[in-house]
Design a protein around this ligand. Sequence first.
Ligand code: PLP
Length: 430
Amino acid sequence: MKTDHVNTCPAGNNIQAPNKTPLDADKIRNDFPILSRKVNGKRLVYLDSAATAQKPRQVIDAIASYYTDHNANVHRGLHTLAEEATAAYERARDKTAKFIGSVKREEIIFTRNTTEAINMVAHSWGRHNLKHGQRIVITQMEHHANLVPWIVLAKITGAELEYIPIDADGYLHLKDINDIINSRTRIVALTHMSNLLGTINPVEDIIDLAHKKNALVLVDGAQGVPHLPVDMKTMNADFYAFSAHKMLGPTGIGVLYAKDDLLGEMQPMQYGGEMINEVRYNFADWAELPWKFEAGTPNIAGAVGFSAALDYLEDLGMEKIREHDKMLIAYALERLAELRQFKVFGPKNPEHRGGAVSFVSPHVHPHDLAQFLDMQGIAIRAGHHCAQPLTKLLGESSTARASFYIYNSQKDIDELITALEAAWRYFAHV
Ligand code: PLP
């Protein structure tokens, strides 16, 4: 499919750009030390939060304070520091459980990131529950993290891999969904929000449908949970995976939420210390949930930093963050529509999308564009965004992507547009 929706209408189909935001992005920006640095002599305009978000001082301080005052290994020591470290680590689990809809604490498994969480499901659930003739369903807009594990699992088990297609506007094309998710389907794995198109998928409807066909659903929440209020009880996903680093937390810690009955039946992915109940020379059995899935010393400082990130997001309020995102998306789409030389991908309606906006221009390679913008202090991403099949489907080998978060304002988007115009003039020699 070669999409052909070069911008022709400002503000995308007459959708009005809301210009009020409940967040004070300039004030928030002051909490992020990195945003006060200059890049190439210019004010840093960070538009790459879909890759990783910047960290507020509160998160940096929490990690420093953990290492300064409390550092010890968890779950095994009896001294004061070990008890403090264990309490801090487990507090992070409680906060995470509350943040996604007050689920049970044993349903929160700390992983390294979204990728590891999805691999855990493919390995620990998939290898034991899938066989030849059964079906795994994913979508055409998946990040490699929610694609490659299923390709490998299909090869290992003999299950078939089927895709929900997308349409020219970047929405899932659901006309044949009842045939795609059929009685042989055991699992559906789809992204909550596309990191390339920005599309927010109707995950609840798809979960309902999949459950009616006795299939489980994994939602890749890497882009969802940083930007949307998420409640596992209403969503009813069986598995939900996300990364702390995309929601103001540190790198190296992520989450697999899974229903406890599923976790109870699943085998661990890794074996060793921390995850056992009893070990003899020829025998081992496993600890209770959630520790059964957390072999070895975990990322304790990461959990502490993640706790502080969750506090920060909760103080702002996820509803307000979503409103702020919508304002920025609407404004960005409206301004990008003025640049007739640029083609923008994904839904035009801010209600249906998040703040990762990909675009191309016939005269400028996305990598050149990213480098040109970097000279102006503007950080965007260029490439296939770990979604090679989707990028190809769009008829491109790479795209440029600007992505927004709580510390971005309309001023950042104005600077982006000015720099894009200048880049186009420079590369197109006009
Ligand atoms: N899924 C989506 C939609 C993403 O955007 C990303 C990262 O960009 C991932 C999964 C993988 O996240 P991580 O690299 O933190 O595992």
